[in-house]
Design a protein around this ligand. Structure first.
Ligand SMILES: C[S@@+](CC[C@H](N)C(=O)[O-])C[C@H]1O[C@@H](n2cnc3c(N)ncnc32)[C@H](O)[C@@H]1O
Length: 466
């Protein structure tokens, strides 16, 4: 618990920290920018917007955005930060092999706080100051929390956004396993909603309201509908939302702990943004906000500092056939732990059509450098020894790499319970001597690496460049 005096101190220090950050000169850390085009459209137009995912601490991301002119440009911010649960969260990693599959849990993010609640609140509070700067005059911010900290954060939000701009506290109620004999079972989250000012976007959404007895009322001028339960009318959404959690059998489940349902984000995005709006989520997790925003024709920016988050989000967006997006990563900080080895790479002509032919051989990786739980290490080693490619999760290819920022028009990833194909064939329209091929690959733990090849003078041989 923190006292009111302590809360005031947290607000004051966070405000100073945010101010300092705003005036400090900005040094760009994002040396790795790759464009991913799930629909394969490789045309880069300077005018059209491209969505952005940053794999970095959101404080750095927000500083960059403010530096680049995003002040007052975002119409909707939804955040689902850690809840102060004092738990480490995982992402499920499926390993497929001849006998079936193994599921291991791999670290995704940490919600433990060495210095307790004050350090958690300070982390959030500093970031909320920056979010206010990014929010447009018609903007709204949704802060998703639960009983552990919502009461403190509401006071913080009142101070930062102004008590008069408080719009709602949404109760998201759900069913989930586990009940308590010592207190009422906790089956809801709290979402605080604040606007930047008075002229905010608000498109009321409708929900079903069942008639008493499920019978028709027949009131004049009131439209009534019927479904399998009975008669109902459509009313504007109330502040208690009953939406199922992403359960074990749910189709949208991607295996990332704490993944939120798309329906929840759909309501928020439809209500508090328009088709031309920019929507942001600075604690992106499995990328739910971006996936839904994209489907609803909104522009989006997301950030998350975890490698598992970026891996999960990229695959999810590709699978959803999303519009192109950039993935930004900071300068290569860690040493590369994995290396993909090819059996063959070359240009082949088939019925007059040029094709890039790639045969994967093996994935060399130093498992001792990966933070695997002891209980899983032996099993992973066994699976990797039998088929090292089973640890490879994603491959993105730019067949006409111009340097700096690759455009990964071709993506290959594991899905439908099978590993990546070891043979890749890509149709290439035009081949020039000196043309470069960029291959990005990521393993199931989120470690990435790349290689570049160059087309030689007989236009069939590719020479390694790195
Ligand atoms: C509760 S999860 C978000 C889940 C997400 N709403 C979804 O549907 O999957 C919180 C996320 O915040 C990320 N995170 C925590 N602190 C962060 C920070 N300072 N900067 C960026 N991301 C952070 C964690 O890596 C984690 O993925």
């Amino acid at each position: 618990m923190v006292t009111i005096e302590k809360l005031a101190e947290i607000l004051a220090t966070s405000s100073k920290e945010a101010e300092k950050l705003l005036i400090e000169p900005y040094v760009d850390v994002f040396f790795q920018r790759e464009r991913i085009s799930p629909k394969g459209d490789g045309i880069i137009s300077n005018n059209s917007w491209i969505n952005q995912f940053y794999q970095e601490d959101n404080l750095i991301v927000m500083k960059k955005l403010l530096e680049e002119g995003y002040m007052g440009k975002i119409d909707l911010i939804y955040i689902d930060p850690p809840f102060f649960t004092k738990t480490k969260y995982n992402s499920k990693v499926f390993l497929y092999h001849e006998e079936g599959e193994d599921i291991i849990e791999y670290f995704a993010y940490d919600d433990t706080w060495e210095d307790g609640l004050s350090s958690y609140l300070k982390m959030l509070c500093t970031r909320l100051f920056l979010m206010k700067e990014l929010l447009s005059n018609k903007g709204t911010i949704y802060v998703h929390l639960d009983y552990r900290t919502v009461h403190y954060v509401k006071i913080i939000m009142d101070q930062i956004f102004g008590g008069e701009n408080f719009l709602n506290e949404i109760i998201w109620a759900y069913k989930s396993g586990g009940v308590s004999k010592r207190y009422y079972s906790r089956k809801h989250d709290n979402i605080l909603v604040y606007t930047k000012g008075k002229n905010y976007i608000f498109n009321p959404q409708k929900e079903k309201s069942y008639n008493r007895g499920f019978k028709p009322y027949g009131f004049k001028g009131v439209k009534e509908y019927k479904d399998e339960l009975g008669w109902y009318t459509l009313v504007n959404l109330k502040d208690v939302w009953q939406i199922d959690m992403v359960g074990r059998t749910s189709k949208e489940r991607v295996g990332y702990d704490t993944q939120k349902p798309e329906k929840l984000l759909e309501r928020i995005i439809l209500t508090s943004s328009s088709e031309d709006s920019l929507v942001a989520d600075f604690f992106a997790g499995s990328g739910t906000t971006g996936v839904v925003a994209d489907r609803l024709n909104r522009k989006w920016i997301m950030a998350d500092m975890g490698a598992q988050s970026s891996l999960t989000t990229v695959k999810r967006l590709v699978e959803n056939n999303s519009t192109p997006f950039y993935i930004y990563k900071p300068n290569i900080r860690e040493e590369k732990v994995g290396k993909l080895c090819l059996k063959r790479i070359g240009i082949e002509k088939n019925k007059g059509i040029n094709g890039l032919h790639i045969e994967l051989d093996r994935y060399e990786v130093d498992l001792s450098k990966i933070n695997i739980k002891d209980k899983d290490r032996e099993r992973i080693n066994e699976i990797w020894t039998k088929n090292s490619l089973s640890l490879l999760d994603f491959i993105g290819i730019d067949t006409d790499y111009k340097g700096n920022s690759p455009n990964l028009r071709w993506q290959y990833y594991r899905n439908n319970k099978r590993n990546l194909d070891s043979i890749i064939n890509i149709k290439i329209d035009e081949i020039k001597e000196g043309q470069k091929i960029f291959i990005r690959y990521v393993d199931v733990f989120g470690n990435d690496n790349f290689m570049i090849y160059k087309i030689g003078n007989d236009k069939t041989i590719l020479n390694v460049l790195n």
